[in-house]
Design a protein around this ligand. Structure first.
Ligand SMILES: [Zn+2]
Length: 221
């Protein structure tokens, strides 16, 4: 499903969503992330370097879903992450944007290889009503790593995010802004879960509540 906006407009959305993420304090301390959106030609617009602090439109390249770097702009370190994005676009036709980073509290769950439970209202609002699963670790960019992530997404068809064990998080939704909003909610949830441990632990939603939400939620598939 191609994006109805022009590539110039989509790049602008990516830049604005990225700025929002830094302002919200949910990014990796290093500024490391890779961010993409589906383009007007059903290709990807992908950040060219592994660091997106002060990202501008000139730091975003066109890459096909087969991995061809149309503009020849991708930094060699980012060629490894192309398939992590393109395979999700192929698998989920309605996904319009993908963000990978190492948000500090989500990273704690990824390092512990623990699913993020859904016990925070904002997650429901931004499209996540099931636990965030963990994809087992494999070397960055390897076939094994891509297979691990894709299998995790296939096995958890309700999820719009995957924790990458020993690494970070991958979030996907309809637009750069929606994806950024979900990432902020996920990081808040992870932070809240960890803080609640000191108070006896977070409690689940009332019985049956999540099922109702899942039936009505606008899922991204
Ligand atoms: Zn990473």
């Amino acid at each position: 499903m191609s994006n109805t906006l022009s590539n110039t407009q989509i790049k602008d959305e990516i830049v604005k969503a990225t700025e929002h993420l830094f302002r919200s304090g949910v990014m990796s301390h290093s500024g490391h992330a890779n961010i993409s959106a589906r383009s007007e030609d059903n290709e990807m617009l992908l950040s060219i370097e592994g660091q997106v602090r002060n990202l501008t439109a000139s730091g975003i390249a066109r890459v096909t879903l087969e991995g061809v770097d149309v503009d020849h702009l991708l930094d060699p370190t980012n060629t490894e992450i192309v398939r992590m994005h393109s395979e999700i676009y192929k698998l989920r036709p309605k996904v319009g944007a993908i963000i990978h980073t190492h948000s500090p509290s989500l990273l704690a769950f990824a390092l512990a290889a623990k699913e993020l439970p859904i016990r925070y209202e904002a997650l429901l609002r931004f499209g996540q009503a099931s636990n965030v699963p963990v994809a087992p670790w494999a070397p960055r960019g390897s076939d094994e790593s891509i297979t691990s992530i894709i299998n995790c997404v296939i096995e958890n068809e309700q999820t719009n995010a995957v924790l990458l064990a020993n690494h970070g998080v991958l979030v996907f939704s309809t637009t750069p802004w929606a994806t950024a909003a979900l990432l902020v909610a996920l990081e808040e949830a992870a932070q809240g879960e960890l803080a609640a441990i000191a108070l006896g632990g977070a409690i689940p939603f009332p019985q049956g509540a999540l099922k109702k939400v899942l039936e009505s939620i606008a899922r991204v598939h």
